[in-house]
Unconditional design. Sequence first.
Lengths: 198, 356
Amino acid sequence: MSAIDELCSELAKLPGIGRKTATRLTYFLLKQPPDEVVRLAAAIRSVSERIRPCSVCGNLGETDPCLICEDPRRDKELLCVVEEASDIGAIERTGEYRGLYHVLGGHLSPLDGIGPEDLRIEGLRARVANGCEVREVILATNPSMEGEVTATYVRGVLENAGVQVTRIALGLPVGGDLEYADGVTIAQALAARREMPR
Amino acid sequence: MRLASLTVRNFRNLASLDLELPPDGVVIIGDNGHGKTNLLEAVYYLVLFRSLRGAMDRELVRFGEAGFFIAGDASPRVTVGYEIHGRRKKVTANGKEIKRLSDAVGLVVAVVLSPADRSIVDGGPAGRRRYLDVLLSLSDATHLAALTDWKAAMKQRNAALKRGNASEAQAFDRPVAVAAAKVAARRHRWAVEWQSRFTELCTSMGERTAPGMVYSSRHWTPDGAAEGIQENLRLRIERDLRRGTTTVGPHRDDLLLTLGERDIRRFGSAGQQRTAAIALRLLEAQALSTSHDTAPIALFDDVFAELDQDRQERLLLLIKESLPGQAIITAPRDAEVPAALFERPRWRMVGGAIAR
Ligand SMILES: [Zn+2]
């Protein structure tokens, strides 16, 4: 296999990149100045060498435990459960959440052979059980069918753990127009309505 | 609804057709095996984007070709192309690509009447459920969405059952039950709404024993919502685990057709079953006219030959009422088309081509 073919087939393994795009990217890289390409290669290499999952929460970072787990200013009574480490970034960018996280590493999907034992559910139970400070577990899995099912399953696992279990609210997007929302979203938003604060 | 023009490329034995269709429709005469039914199937492909006869898409491609293409102008102009390589299907409406197939289903509406329809009545429950689901999907987008949700949740639950994991399977009970209840409720409501019309149609076709139609569900009651199905899923988990599949839900239901309280499937004569099948198709036509505010295109696939004179005449009267729009009528010989339908232009089909 030529070097060009090799890079093409490596790139084609990336999500959302087909054979065509992989070829285009390869020829684009070939036209770049060598030091640019070396910088990209070095960045990829250092990510794979330096980044590892946090053994406590599953977040990705350069330290273990991660910076969030180690931060003394974080609220240790709150634990937010997400599917992927990338979800943490989305929540952190809001600056509204000061608690800790727990990454499941996906959602239940028997079709893909992913059961509870393949997710970090046992780790979550252990974290919540051992006389820890956690008072509330917020389930922030995706609002997809599998995400809902995973949230329901985790709630069952935490049934007797002595913590409050909550689910993030699902409903209308802020700044959106009711008229253009889909029926399922409107139904969810109606079901999750709340009393208005005075 | 009227189809003004139809283009077909490499679909079954139809290599290349470009047809302008008269507003009232057309009569197509041709020997069996020359492509009359394939032409009707091509038109109906624009309705559901899958084979009328349950064939796989790649089986529809003309031998030796890479794919097929069909375009029909029924305001909107709808096109669909399929490539064997990559199994790609592309649908457009008025020049704009439609990404989700479910958004394109029902843009064109047609009803097919064919001798094969008798299998809806004398065959197993699956054919009757399919009849209901197709017509409900065409008339109500939320039914197709509920069906899709239900099937997705069922696949996950069944995969967990096959892995032998009860708690994993039960985690999917709720989404299965919620979608299943919607599917069953809509089918049930439809049967209630149209049962008296079914009786009327069978009677108008000459049926003397009181015909009836009722949706029958073992694990569901009209007032039960999702909870009833969910409770049944819970109760039957052991059996489901043993069989490795979900045994509770609308995939076990049936649309019961009766004559004087007796099952037409088991006790009806061939003629009575044929009558019931035609009544179901006319019902479909009326239901779609109601939901779409226009009569569906009628596709008659050699239906008249097997009816006696009396039933033919009765059917023609009902067609005037239920399917007053455009009609494409096929028959092997001129003599098998009722004179009343012969005001339309007559085309001949030979070897997949139209000779006028
Ligand atoms: Zn951490």
